[in-house]
Design a protein around this ligand. Structure first.
Ligand SMILES: [Mg+2]
Length: 351
C-alpha cells in the first residue's frame, strides 16, 4: 500500500494574529511580545507539523521546574537513580513546555512543568505496577488532588500523593479561578489511565480514547491557565470539535515518534496507533507508520479549519483568537519536540 505523505507547508505569519491585533494598552502588557522565538523546523527533517513552532523566552527558568520535579522525585524514589531516570521534557530546542506554551506566564509554565514532569515520572513507575492494581493506585492519586483530603501515613505511595496534594494547593494559590479546571483534568486523566489499553478494534475508536490518555485535556487546561484565560462553558462548547481534532493530532503525533521506544514493549502495555492500524488494514509496520503520518496531517488540517471557524464565530474576541493560535503552537511544539527529544530518539538522533 502506498500512502502519500503531504509535505508540511508553512504559510504562517511570523507573529500570531492575536498579537498583531493587540492594542498597546496596559492590559496587553502582561503579554511580552518578545517572549517567544520562532524555531526553524526545516532543521528537523523528521518533524511533519504544519503549525508554527516557538520557544518561550524564559526557557531556562521553565527547565528549572523540570529539575525541581526530578530532585523531589529522587528524594521519594531513590531507586529511580538506578533506573537512570529517563529524560522527560528536555529537548534540543528547549524544554517541552517552553515549546508547547511559548506565550504562557513564566511562573505558571514553570509550575505546570514541575507537575507534569512529576506525572511522567509517575507514569514510569505505573508501568511497573501490575495492571489489575494500577486503577486502584491511580484512583488514590486522583483523590490526593482534593484540597480537603490530606494524605495520611508515610509510605512511598503516600509521599507521592502528598506531592500531588501540594501541587493542587500551589495551583490554587497562584490562581484560584483557573486552578479548578486544571485539577479536574489531572483527576480525569488519572481515573481513565490504563482503563482500556489494548481493547481497540479500529483506529477511530483508538484515537478517540487516546485524546484523554495522551493527556490532551491536561495540556489544554494548562494552556488556558498559563495564558491567564478561562473559556466560558459556552466558548468551551463551541470549541469542542476543534479540541477533539487537536487532541487526536496530539495523541497520534506522540504515537508516531514514541513508537521507536514502544515497539519493544509487551502488547498489553502499548498505547500506540501503529499496531492498531497495522491490524485493521493488514499493513506492514512500515506502511502503518506512513498511514499514521497521513492521519496526523489530516487531523492538523482539520484542526486549522475548525480553528478558523471558531475565530469567525467569535470575530473580535481576542481571547478566542489567542486560544486558537495557542492550540496550533501547542500541536506544533509537541510535534517538533517529539521528533528530536532524547526520550523518544536515540543518541545519534532519529532524523
Ligand atoms: Mg507514546
Amino acid at each position: 500500500m502506498s500512502v502519500q505523505v503531504l509535505s508540511p507547508s508553512l504559510p504562517h505569519a511570523e507573529r500570531p494574529s492575536w498579537l498583531s491585533s493587540l492594542p498597546r494598552t496596559s492590559s496587553s502588557r502582561s503579554i511580552n511580545t518578545t517572549s517567544a522565538t520562532k524555531i526553524d523546523i526545516s532543521s528537523s527533517p523528521s518533524c511533519i507539523t504544519t503549525f508554527t513552532v516557538r520557544v518561550h523566552k524564559d526557557e531556562p527558568q521553565i527547565t528549572q521546574g523540570a529539575q525541581a520535579a526530578r530532585n523531589t522525585w529522587l528524594d521519594i524514589v531513590p531507586s529511580a537513580k538506578d533506573k537512570q531516570l529517563r529524560s522527560h521534557s528536555a529537548g534540543p530546542h528547549g524544554n517541552f513546555f517552553a515549546i508547547t506554551w511559548p506565550y504562557g506566564k513564566m511562573e505558571r509554565v514553570k509550575l505546570a512543568t514541575e507537575i507534569i514532569e512529576t506525572l511522567w515520572m509517575y507514569d514510569d513507575i505505573a508501568e511497573d505496577i501490575p495492571q489489575n492494581k494500577a486503577a486502584e493506585v491511580h484512583a488514590k492519586l486522583s483523590d490526593s488532588l482534593e484540597a480537603d483530603k490530606v494524605p495520611e501515613h508515610s509510605s512511598r505511595k503516600i509521599l507521592i500523593m502528598g506531592l500531588f496534594h501540594g501541587f493542587a494547593e500551589r495551583l490554587v494559590r497562584m490562581d484560584e479561578e483557573g486552578a479548578a479546571r486544571v485539577i479536574d483534568s489531572l483527576k480525569s486523566y488519572l481515573q481513565n489511565y490504563d482503563s482500556k489499553k489494548g481493547a481497540f478494534p479500529d483506529i477511530d475508536q483508538y484515537a478517540e480514547f487516546r485524546i484523554v490518555n495522551v493527556g490532551f485535556w491536561i495540556m489544554e487546561s494548562f494552556m488556558q491557565w498559563t495564558l491567564g484565560i478561562c473559556l466560558t462553558e459556552k466558548e468551551q462548547e463551541m470549541c469542542h470539535e476543534f479540541c477533539l481534532y487537536a487532541g487526536r493530532a496530539m495523541g497520534l503525533t506522540n504515537d508516531l515518534y514514541s513508537w521507536n521506544v514502544e515497539r519493544n514493549d509487551p502488547a498489553d502495555r502499548q498505547w500506540n496507533a501503529v499496531p492498531v492500524i497495522k491490524k485493521q488494514y493488514d499493513l506492514t509496520e512500515e506502511n502503518a507508520v506512513v498511514y499514521l503520518k497521513g492521519l496526523i496531517v489530516q487531523h492538523e488540517q482539520k484542526t486549522r479549519q475548525l480553528g478558523a471557524e471558531v475565530r469567525k464565530q467569535c470575530a473580535g474576541s481576542r481571547k478566542m483568537a489567542k486560544y486558537v493560535d495557542a492550540m496550533g503552537m501547542m500541536l506544533g511544539g509537541n510535534c517538533l519536540w517529539s521528533s528530536n527529544c532524547p526520550r523518544y530518539n536515540d543518541e545519534a538522533g532519529n532524523e
